[in-house]
Ligand binder design. Structure first.
Ligand SMILES: C[S@@+](CC[C@H](N)C(=O)[O-])C[C@H]1O[C@@H](n2cnc3c(N)ncnc32)[C@H](O)[C@@H]1O
Length: 267
């Protein structure tokens, strides 16, 4: 994986099948129906309770607003943004009452080019692997944008898919008819679409084609993601598995095989 500094990267790319998918009715309905935090998010938010009080929070890739009430009720100012306009519309409807009660708003915005001044927020959240659908070139650009809009010492909470997991997942185990069938179908498709690059041993970052439309998702070795965060100016970095357990150090992080990992870093 290249750790080029973001300023050396080419101009943002435009074609993104994910943007069409996230703008579709099915995706909006699916994400707008979600309410619960994932276990590591809960652990991190509990840990940040003091820091959130009085904070300006950017919820990047807000989707249907799953994280909105958990953040917006605890902070001073909350801005939820997404590049899929129908997601933003759904959030405006869903949280119309909350927006009257508190300083809460929703905007269309692109993670590669955030429409906010430098040092505008105390906390930036990019939850549920939204970062991974930014392609591998623009990934560093998006990280640089998160860093830019954060105040010095601000916090960046996000998750990212773990390439270690793909090796474990290829050996599909029995987990009931439906789950086993879905896993088999998913991995058959991934295998077919990625035939020239399969298996992924030796790679530190893979863009997995996981949809017939060519939508790509980045899967990264935890150590390589840590290096990207550090190169983007985030340090220290804490990492959490899906049970919400903190990895003791970089070696423990490198051994995690969860499908995705949560990161809490300081800008
Ligand atoms: C996996 S969904 C997660 C939604 C929500 N955060 C949640 O946890 O339920 C990823 C979200 O990130 C948004 N997204 C992806 N790439 C983006 C980008 N480059 N700029 C802004 N939003 C983006 C998508 O439209 C989608 O709503």
């Amino acid at each position: 994986m290249s750790c080029l500094h973001a300023t050396m990267l080419p101009a943002p790319t435009s074609r993104d099948p994910w943007k069409d998918l996230y703008s579709s009715d099915d995706f909006v309905r699916y994400y707008a129906g979600k309410t619960l935090l994932q276990r590591p998010e809960q652990v991190i938010l509990d840990h940040l309770a003091g820091a959130l009080h009085g904070a300006d929070v950017l919820d990047l890739g807000v989707g249907g607003g799953r994280t909105t009430p958990h953040l917006a009720r605890r902070c001073r100012r909350y801005v939820g943004v997404d590049y899929a306009a129908p997601m933003v519309e759904a959030c405006r409807k869903r949280f119309a009452a909350l927006s009257l009660e508190r300083d809460v708003r929703f905007e269309v915005a692109e993670a590669r080019e955030l429409p906010f001044a430098q040092a505008s927020f105390d906390v930036v959240v990019f939850s549920f692997n939204g970062l991974d659908v930014v392609d591998r070139i623009d990934r560093l650009r998006a990280l640089a944008e998160c860093r830019r809009v954060l105040r010095p010492g601000g916090l960046f909470v996000h998750s990212s898919h773990n390439l270690n997991w793909t090796e474990r997942r290829r050996a599909i185990g029995w987990s009931g008819w439906r789950a086993t069938w879905e896993a088999w179908r998913f991995w058959s498709m991934v295998r077919r679409l990625n035939a020239d690059r399969w298996p992924f041993h030796g790679e530190s970052l893979m863009e997995l084609i996981d949809d017939e439309r060519g939508a790509r998702t980045c899967y990264v070795r935890p150590g390589a993601h840590l290096a990207q965060l550090q190169a983007s100016g985030f340090t220290p970095v804490e990492a959490f598995d899906l049970e919400g357990r903190r990895a003791a150090d970089a070696a423990a992080l490198g051994r995690l095989s969860d499908p995705w990992i949560y990161y809490l870093c300081r800008g």
